[in-house]
Design a protein around this ligand. Structure first.
Ligand SMILES: Cc1cc2nc3c(=O)[nH]c(=O)nc-3n(C[C@H](O)[C@H](O)[C@H](O)COP(=O)(O)OP(=O)(O)OC[C@H]3O[C@@H](n4cnc5c(N)ncnc54)[C@H](O)[C@@H]3O)c2cc1C
Length: 433
């Protein structure tokens, strides 16, 4: 009987420390240095940030999901999930703990597929938190269906020359390098004809045409780039993994990325629930506290149950990833988590917003940002509909069609079989009547 829902007491102590550290030392960074977590440190911010990272390292909580050979603790995904729950409440916390998206996913594929030289050049400084990276896959005309991508790399002597457009490449403007998915062989299926390249952002021909901002961000704050790759020449050593391996690499990357977002979403949703409960106990109307009104009790109960279900689902999926060490085997459950995630955050944030009345829709409280965040989660790393289709296809693999017009569970046929099985006893019972 190996089921166990308890956190190892030593690790729980580490989580308790992290919780307090995030509240007292990191959350203030979100207000003092908003939206700057992916901007390389200047001397001024370095004085604040480096000691915090150092403290996390001293506690053995830096990039814990990575193996010791990569500077982490090898804690795996389940422990990362428990930690990410704590970090999810703050923008800066994942950076201070060395586990921020999209860099975690990018580091993961560099660790899996990179050559020694590529690891030295890109992975090491990425893991040290000294530079940022960007994953450049979506194109302006095609996102959910990568088989429609047209950005292409062709051989030019010993080099590759990349031409095309990419859209919503997050953090490109502050990243030191881009991981770009391009067509290298248009003659074969996209699944065999696309490759990944590592491209330093300052390579001639990399043109960030525009940075798109999300709702609520001020002009100039946007960080999702439209990039024109205009005759970008890279050496053959820039190829990540083998030629034609882009789809396999993308699956490795996106599997991890999706579950990490889900872990942080637990923390964010819990903040909304905490705020909803505090407000319900504080506000009085028509002679009673909001917490005494059945509608509000319903909001609280539904939110608690939704969060509990989601949390268990995420922890179970993280446990499966650790157990199988193979994202493909856990694809169905990662996709199911991805499907549920936006709804959980949206519903809890929306109810919390409602319970806060007019204050709820202002920028003085975080709910509008959470609702936008929920919408983002329904798109980033693939739209919900596509993940639903994945879940359904994977679920259906375990089923067979019924071999006649009646369902296998058709009761008249089952009853007949049961009566035949127990005929001897049934006759006896009838005889006794
Ligand atoms: C905040 C944010 C950050 C992002 N960061 C990155 C990044 O760093 N790098 C990167 O490469 N991309 C990034 N993306 C892009 C993201 O991966 C795409 O937005 C996503 O894959 C959907 O592509 P699309 O926007 O082109 O929508 P489309 O592919 O045009 O789809 C639009 C809508 O059509 C419907 N739809 C599409 N396909 C299906 C289907 N098969 N079945 C049913 N309905 C369907 C869905 O409702 C979907 O939302 C980011 C997006 C966001 C919002």
């Amino acid at each position: 009987m190996a089921w166990d829902f308890e956190t190892d007491p030593e690790y729980q102590k580490a989580l308790d420390w992290a919780d307090e550290f995030v509240r007292s030392e990191i959350e203030p960074l979100d207000l003092a240095f908003p939206h700057q977590q992916f901007t390389p440190l200047d001397d001024n911010r370095r004085k604040v940030i480096d000691p915090l990272k150092e403290e996390v390292r001293r506690r053995g909580l830096w990039a814990t999901h990575l193996g010791p050979e990569l500077g982490g603790q090898g804690h795996g995904q389940l422990k990362l999930a428990l930690l990410n729950e704590v970090l999810g409440r703050s923008q800066w916390a994942p950076i201070i703990f060395g586990c921020q998206a999209p860099d975690t996913g990018n580091a993961e594929i560099l660790a899996h597929y990179g050559t020694d030289q590529q690891k030295q050049r890109y992975l090491r400084p990425l893991l040290d938190g000294e530079l940022f990276s960007c994953y450049s896959m979506t194109e302006p005309h095609a996102g959910a269906d990568p088989t429609l991508f047209t950005t292409q790399a062709v051989r030019g002597g010993d080099d590759w020359v990349i031409n095309g457009w990419k859209f919503f490449s997050s953090n490109a403007r502050t990243a030191s390098f881009l991981i770009v998915m391009v067509v290298t062989n248009p003659e074969v299926s996209a699944y065999q004809g696309m490759s990944m390249f590592l491209v330093p952002t300052d390579t001639p021909g990399v043109k960030i045409v525009r940075n798109f901002g999300l709702h609520g961000e001020r002009e100039g704050e946007g960080s999702h780039a439209l990039i024109h790759y205009d005759n970008v020449r890279v050496p053959s050593e820039a190829l990540l993994g083998g030629e034609g391996q882009a789809f396999v690499i993308a699956q490795t990357r996106l599997g991890g990325g999706r579950i990490h977002h889900a872990m942080r979403t637990i923390g964010l949703s819990r903040t909304a629930l905490d705020m909803m409960c505090e407000r319900a106990l504080s506000r009085e109307t028509q002679g009673a506290k909001l917490s005494d009104k059945q509608f509000v009790q319903g909001y609280i109960a539904d939110s608690y149950a939704q969060l509990l279900q989601f949390r268990l689902m995420v922890l179970y999926t993280a446990w499966e990833i650790d157990k199988y060490n193979d994202y493909k085997k856990v694809r169905k459950d990662i996709a199911a988590v991805k499907v549920v995630m936006p709804t959980v955050l949206h519903d809890i944030a929306w109810r919390a917003m409602q319970v806060h009345g007019a204050l709820g829709v202002t920028d003085d409280v975080p709910f509008m940002g959470m609702v936008t965040g929920a919408a983002v989660m329904g798109l980033a790393d693939g739209p919900t509909e596509v993940h639903k289709a994945t879940v359904a296809k994977q679920v259906l693999r375990d089923y067979q069609p019924s071999n006649d017009i009646w369902p296998t569970e058709w009761i008249p046929r089952k009853r007949e079989a049961a009566q035949e099985k127990f005929a001897e006893y049934l006759e006896h019972e009838v005889g006794n009547l």
